[in-house]
Design a protein around this ligand. Structure first.
Ligand code: DLL
Length: 435
């Protein structure tokens, strides 16, 4: 499913395609979605006046709240009878957002996910175990359709029931695993408890996404499972998985730019940043029919990786997402993403890659404590060694992130494992206030 005529087209041809699709999409949403008509009118924007990518800067942004207030179907651009599937994301505030797909959208999505699998080296000969959750979450069904489109043997096991995952992996000859990166570590851990070394199985590639993870975590997953770990990115509002993916070179995630226009903007001024600089990732869907989204502010922070990729794809690459601006912690004035803490921890011997950042209120002050599991074979009752390890972790975090945080070492397997997106930040501040 490598489509060089698209994925490796010249930048000039790509831009011409993007502009043509953008113009069509803007006219379409202006006509069919009241919210866009209102936004464009308020901004004095005639959608037909946009005839270059630079003109995009005049188009209003869309934010998560727009989708929330349109709950459930208010932003759909087609009749409900033309929608064949919905997915939804829960978000942190409770109000869910709903996205709708036409048959054409599902077809495009399958193509994007087949591309994703192919980019990481999977072929029709592979056996793909889809351990992302099936349901309103986009991970399971998104990966499922892509795996079938690729022509691979697809195991629709969904997330959870980890022992069964491992039995099936062994018995069915799974060669590819698709799940969250944190869940892949649990799979390795449970397999070890069952006396199975996954490295001895035919498993060879994993497609991991849906949550931030670090480069050091990649090293750990690759060595624990004996596989190549590919980072895949997407979000329900834009498509689900299949928006961007790493290729076998693992050096940034190629954005499927024939369908998704990417911009990186300064989150304060909302002006585009220079190429290669960090900012908030903004997407415009160029071909989506059910729920087209224009200049959607993802809250994800990243940058475009400069330079060409040896794979020959011309689609630009997004650097691994360190986190969402909503998850960013401000610790004594220093901005810290949980995944940066993970990156440090994954490089320290004798600690396991399982951690949680616990936020509490001490008096009127916010306090941050990082709970870190020691490695399974570490002697937890050796007080002196424990203290030394704790100091090492504190010092490493201080050195890497220029901020000192309190660290509490906890016993192996005491931090809750997740079968989907891991919960890295535990915020007890509200609970304490209410108590
Ligand atoms: O998580 C879609 C997906 C499913 C992607 C399976 C990859 C694999 P949502 O539930 O809407 O959709 O969450 C989207 O998750 O805005 C990012 O903050 C985060 N995210 C997704 N992939 C990555 C990744 C799916 N590879 C939100 N690295 C996004 C870091 C990621 N964060």
């Amino acid at each position: 499913m490598f489509q060089p005529e698209l994925e490796a087209m010249s930048r000039a041809d790509l831009e011409a395609l993007q502009v043509e699709r953008l113009r069509r999409q803007l006219a379409n949403v202006y006509e069919r979605v009241p919210l866009y008509k209102q936004k464009f009118d308020e901004a004095g924007l005639n959608p037909r006046s946009v005839d270059s990518l630079t003109d995009l800067a005049d188009v209003p942004f869309t934010v998560k709240d727009d989708l929330r207030s349109a709950y459930p179907y208010g932003m759909f651009a087609v009749e409900l009878s033309d929608i064949v599937r919905v997915h939804a994301s829960s978000g942190t505030t409770g109000q869910i957002t709903v996205v709708g797909y036409t048959a054409g959208d599902i077809d495009m999505w399958a193509d994007m996910m087949a591309r994703t699998f192919a980019a990481g080296g999977a072929t029709p000969d592979d056996v793909i175990q889809v351990a992302y959750g099936y349901g309103l979450f986009t991970g399971g069904l998104g990966a499922h359709y892509g795996s079938e489109r690729l022509g691979a043997l697809t195991i629709p096991i969904s997330g959870g029931n980890t022992k069964r995952q491992i039995q099936i992996m062994r018995d069915f000859g799974t060669t590819v695993l698709a799940c969250t990166p944190s869940y892949s570590l649990l799979v390795g851990e449970v397999a070890a408890d069952m006396g199975i070394d996954i490295r001895d199985l035919p498993l060879r590639v994993g497609y991991f996404g849906a949550e931030p993870w670090s480069e050091n975590m990649r090293v750990q997953i690759e060595s624990a499972l004996g596989i190549k770990a590919i980072d895949i990115y997407g979000l329900s509002e834009i498509l689900g998985p299949g928006v961007a993916t790493e290729c076998e070179h693992q050096n940034g995630l190629h954005v499927n730019e024939d369908h998704f226009l990417i911009e990186i903007v300064d989150p304060e001024t909302l002006k585009p940043v220079a190429d290669g600089e960090y900012g908030e990732v903004v997407f415009t869907t160029l071909t989506k029919e059910g729920i087209p989204v224009i200049r959607y502010r993802t809250r994800d922070i990243s940058r475009i990786v400069p330079g060409d990729c040896p794979c020959g794809r011309t689609f630009r690459r997004l650097e691994r997402i360190t986190g969402r601006s909503d998850d960013m912690l401000i610790i004594r004035g220093v901005n810290v993403f949980p995944s940066q803490i993970e990156q440090v921890l994954a490089g320290v011997p004798n600690v396991a890659p399982h951690y949680q950042v616990v936020l509490e209120k001490v008096g009127s002050m916010d306090s941050v404590e990082v709970h870190v599991e020691v490695a399974p074979d570490f002697a937890f009752d050796e007080v002196r060694e424990l203290e030394a390890l704790q100091q090492t972790v504190c010092a490493e975090i201080q050195q890497a992130l220029a901020v000192s945080v309190r660290v509490k070492l906890v016993e192996p397997k005491s931090i809750e494992r997740s079968e989907g997106k891991a919960k890295r930040v535990v915020d007890l501040r509200g609970e304490q206030e209410g108590a």
